[in-house]
Design a protein around this ligand. Structure first.
Ligand code: ATP
Ligand code: MG
Ligand code: MG
Ligand code: MG
Length: 474
């Protein structure tokens, strides 16, 4: 059976043999795109190539891109621990054509790699195409030989102007085009329906590979002009693919994750290897370690606050498993053992990573235990509304360092919600008190959490199950 490391290498080899230049992963902090919080897909580092302002010396590329979907446009943080297929940090395998080959080669190679090289049973695979993309439909049916009942046409998304699950675009104008996605059927014993069905959001039919065909240039008036040199951008989740190739139904059961989960179990003295908290810790150590490796440190704003929130979520899961001391920074060692070969920066920056995580761990340890007791009291007062009062959520945030999404996450486990509007107004009131106090030059008592680095008042939007509310992220 192939290890995750071997699968990563197979992918690079397959496309290198077909004339692709191997390009290293970019960092999680996008180098040239201040509008983007994190690198969330393979195309980020090639954005300027697609826009035409950068010309690499190759027209075909292959890479394994580390990605983070824990803030900004893509946020899968609240899926972690709840689905078998979502991580905050994951690796995206991609092959690229910059004005070279197009739909036919991209589709035929994807099929050859999956069914030929890796031997996946064709009858387990389903594909989707954009509803008007007869060209892709025809290639799948006539050249690959996929039966029409397993080729699903996917239309536009509910009401969103140009968005659709199977139509990709970089922005409101510019390069865009249809996608075709490949799904694997894990079997009838797993819950979930095929793509395009009402219960598609399950773990039975798992999307493994997205092939994007950039063929249009959308004009400000919405017209689609054909691009002179169409491009291909593909992305396949390494962990999902490994699950398929290792005959398991969850990403968390692949070799890489099992090693991390065992390490987490040892550090937290947990016997039950299937415990959900171990999965979350295994997920979060990757996100946190790579963020630090790529230059992010825990802080109260922007990227640093996303890191802080993920670390605190992991620490809370450790607490749930009964840990009362430091453990999380000790996950760096097994992570380096697992991924250091593919990512040498983990090895060279190991000390920094351990120190940063350890410091944050020590800091949160001062309030975590007391905060959890307060949470229990607050939860007991939720009453029939099944909602935690905004004032109380604010107190947890202000005095105990519980980011609002952490509180919402714990509440969700108990079937409780959070009064976001109430939290926001408590936060606003606090800000006004601080402003008034500083006007009079008086000594104000800032919460210990904020005292060191209160930034200018600032909102960071972030998507989460607690609603579309804008959440203060300082
Ligand atoms: P899904 O619909 O399952 O959330 P997606 O459509 O958002 O996936 P894409 O943006 O198309 O994903 O990314 C390309 C590939 O990256 C996906 O086909 C999948 O294999 C993988 N992938 C996407 N999000 C995640 C994640 N959070 N964790 C692990 N792999 C992911
Ligand atoms: Mg998604
Ligand atoms: Mg999808
Ligand atoms: Mg997709």
């Amino acid at each position: 059976m192939k290890t995750t490391q071997e699968i990563r290498q197979d992918f690079l080899d397959f496309f290198r043999d077909r004339g692709h230049t191997v390009v290293p992963s970019a960092t999680l902090v996008p180098a040239s795109d201040p509008t983007l919080l994190f690198t969330n897909s393979g195309m980020v580092q090639f954005k300027n190539v697609f826009l035409g302002s950068e010309k690499p010396n190759y027209v075909r590329a292959v890479d394994v891109q580390r990605c983070l979907r824990a803030g900004g446009k893509h946020n899968d943080l609240d899926q972690v621990g709840y689905t078998a297929r979502h991580h905050t940090f994951f690796e995206m395998l991609g092959n690229w054509s910059f004005g070279d080959y197009f739909k036919r080669d991209a589709i035929l190679w994807a099929w050859e790699l999956l069914t030929g090289v890796w031997g996946l049973a064709p009858e387990r695979l389903l594909v989707t195409v954009y509803h008007t993309d007869d060209e892709a439909f025809g290639i799948w049916r006539d050249e690959v030989g996929v039966p029409v009942e397993r080729i699903v046409r996917i239309g536009d998304n509910k009401g969103a102007p140009y968005a659709s699950d199977n139509f990709w675009q970089m922005a409101d104008t510019g390069p865009c085009g249809p996608c075709t996605e490949i799904f694997y059927d894990h079997g009838a014993h797993v819950a979930g329906g095929p793509p395009g069905s009402p219960d598609e959001d399950g773990d039975r039919f798992i999307e493994i590979w997205n092939l994007v065909f950039m063929q249009f240039d959308r004009q400000p008036d919405g017209t689609l002009l054909p691009l002179p040199a169409p491009c291909v951008d593909t992305g396949m989740g390494l962990e999902r693919l490994a699950a398929v190739l290792q005959h398991v139904h969850s990403n968390y059961e692949i070799d890489l994750f099992q090693h991390l989960i065992k390490a987490a179990a040892a550090l937290t003295a947990t016997d039950d290897l299937a415990h959900g908290s171990l999965r979350v810790i295994a997920d979060h150590i990757r996100a946190c370690a790579f963020l630090v490796a790529d230059g992010v440190l825990p802080s109260n704003e922007g990227r640093g606050y996303v890191l802080r929130r993920i670390i605190r979520r992991a620490l809370r899961h450790g607490w749930m498993l009964g840990v009362r001391g430091a453990f999380f920074h000790r996950m760096v060692e097994p992570l380096v053992a697992e991924m250091g070969q593919a990512y040498p920066e983990l090895v060279t920056r190991r000390d920094t990573i351990e120190a940063a995580l350890g410091a944050e761990e020590a800091r949160f340890a001062e309030t975590l235990d007391a905060g959890m007791k307060v949470f229990e009291e607050v939860a007991a007062r939720a009453g029939d509304t099944r909602t935690l009062a905004g004032e109380e959520v604010f107190r947890l945030y202000d005095t105990y360092g519980f980011p609002v999404d952490l509180t919402a996450d714990i509440a969700r486990e108990r079937g409780l919600g959070v009064d976001m509007a109430g939290f926001e107004s408590a936060m606003q009131a606090q800000r006004e008190r601080a402003r008034a106090a500083s006007q009079f030059g008086g000594a104000i008592t800032l919460p210990s959490e904020l005292a060191s680095s209160l930034p200018p008042t600032r909102f960071e939007g972030y998507d989460s199950h607690v609603g579309q509310a804008r959440v203060l992220a300082i």
